[in-house]
Design a protein around this ligand. Structure first.
Ligand code: A4P
Ligand code: MG
Length: 188
């Protein structure tokens, strides 16, 4: 039998309802416990202004890295099942949620389908994604050749999605590398 290839993926985690930090760590633990998925690193947690309908609570955001033998769509389904198991119910697009798991990158794969687009279409435009991603993988380059650090720098003059406040690091009870928060970006 041919072993499926191991790929590196990056997942964006977001929560703005309930015990936000516990929701992030619960999702990470759920991923780490999924057969065929290994979590190899995680950024600090950042508290961010919500992008979307007004009047929502602040988000906590983080980005984790993993290895997997699951194909991209199967990995997305793992994310969706985990969100549901953790109590996420269908709601408004960009509305408040106890947990959101976005597949940001899957190796150098680029695909656009009805269920899944990779790299995640919002990745290059969102400081709440780029800031933790740069912390975790500073020299990462997107499949189209754009370095993520340049994208974060460019956000300075673009529509910033909100204010980013470095939060507490993820607890080290999980098999993840915990990095120190990086400085507050100048988005002016
Ligand atoms: N989908 C397609 N590609 C992907 C992908 N790469 N990763 C599809 C995950 N899902 C992907 O997602 C809707 C559908 O997108 C899925 O069924 C999947 O098939 P959803 O999670 O059900 O709904 P959503 O999250 O409301 O919509 P969307 O468009 O995924 O929104 P985003 O981009 O996830 O943004 N503000 C702050 N500060 N921090 C946040 O984390 N997150 C959002 C949601 C809005 N505002 C935020 C944050
Ligand atoms: Mg989403």
């Amino acid at each position: 039998m041919i072993e499926p290839v191991m790929e590196t993926f990056y997942v964006g985690l977001g929560a703005n309802l309930g015990e936000r930090q516990a929701n992030l760590t619960g999702a990470l633990a759920g991923l780490a416990g999924t057969p065929g998925v290994r979590i190899t690193g995680c950024s600090s947690v950042y508290e961010t202004e919500p992008m979307g309908p007004p009047g929502q609570p602040l988000y906590l955001n983080a980005v984790a890295r993993g290895d997997t033998r699951l194909p991209p769509l199967d990995l997305l389904r793992v994310f969706k099942e985990l969100e549901t198991r953790m109590g996420r119910r269908p709601g408004l697009r960009w509305g408040p949620r106890c947990i959101d798991l976005d597949l940001l990158l899957y190796g150098s794969v680029q695909l656009e389908g009805p269920e899944l687009t990779v790299p995640h279409p919002g990745l290059a435009l969102r400081a709440f994604v780029l800031l933790p991603l740069v912390e975790l993988a500073p020299s990462l380059v997107l499949p189209d050749g754009r370095p993520i650090r340049t994208l974060l720098d460019q956000l300075g003059s673009a529509q910033a999605p909100g204010t980013l406040v470095p939060g507490t690091p993820m607890p080290d009870t999980l098999p993840v590398r915990v990095g120190p928060p990086i400085p507050y970006p100048d988005l002016s």
